[in-house]
Write a protein that binds this ligand. Sequence first.
Ligand SMILES: [Ca+2]
Ligand SMILES: [Ca+2]
Length: 399
Amino acid sequence: MAPALVQQTSGAAAKSPAPVATVKAPAPVMTKAALVEPEIDFYKKSILATFNKHDTNGDGIIDREEMLALLRILDQTGSLKHDGVDTMLAALDRNGDGFVDTEEFVEWVLQSNVGAAFQHHEEHLAALVETHVFLSPHDEAIMERFTLFDVRKEQNSKVLADLGLGDLTDPGLLVMSVGSSSTQAYDARDFTASFHVGTKVSSKDRIKELRVALTQRKVPYSRVLLLNSIGYLLELSDPCLVPLSELASKRKDSASIVGLHAALVEALPKAALHVFNRSKDPATKRYKYAQLSNDFSEALACGRGLHLCSHAGTVAEQVQDAIVDWGGNSFKVYVNGKRIGTELMDANTFLCEGGVLDQDRLAQAIRDIKGFVLRLLPDAKRIFIAQTGKARELAMNQK
Ligand SMILES: [Ca+2]
Ligand SMILES: [Ca+2]
């Protein structure tokens, strides 16, 4: 833990007395007058913990840069508007040396409404327990399965029935969600797999992995439905289901489509392979055909399949007050499957600069997410933050 040093700099003593900060009055919080001595000691300890958290380089003082980070939090709380770093620094820096030491910080919290409200906010944040996980592609596949066969079961069953494709729970049905860079495969039973094969990514080794996995599965699937991005390769004039062989012969230039077709024919020679048409009518911007819903985030939003995720462990079995789905450039907050808030937070640029996952910024971002959730749900005690996107990929690669 950082020593509580009071750092003096030359020339500081000549400074004029600190001007009084003009800050707007926050909501009433616990102040010194309301506390008795032992409570103050206890309170001081928690204030010191807050100080240490904001003294990020651990030198025992809060400098201008660290003060800027602290002001960001004041701004985010809404009710604690500040008037710039210099005014705030002046309000806290009693001896005018340009830095805030522990004594000055404790005084600020005990004697000013803003300081007390700030401390209250910090304690509130600390009391909210978060679980942050990078969802693996396999986790996503688990949740896709829950969306398809569980959350959206009725709607999806109807889409299949309308197409004359029978029952969604047919054990002979294999669903493959072919995205641009990954493919998830699952059936109505317990099969879930993810492959680094997609409409824009393919290699002989990865295709082979997919073929071997499906061959070893030894289930005589009679039908394979290929959903997701692969369906965009079909035309508006095409029917809802197009044989994969047809698409592969039209797309001889695409190694990924040709390779996928060859692998499936070899692994599942008796199965009918169909691509689900995902083309949109340019006039209405709507899908020409009703789509099967298999978006993993729908299952995530209501916590389905969380317990099966590789990193969630037993945490996911506890009741979560909210689930945060953090993809690329924004995060969404869900309670019981209903979205209650969305906030822009671009993980792809903020966390992934130079192709390396920035852990300090991740910690800061998680604090911001917790603050956002607390504004929506002041009584929240536990939240689950599931992250995907580029940051997830970097995290997986850095392991
Ligand atoms: Ca410092
Ligand atoms: Ca000072």
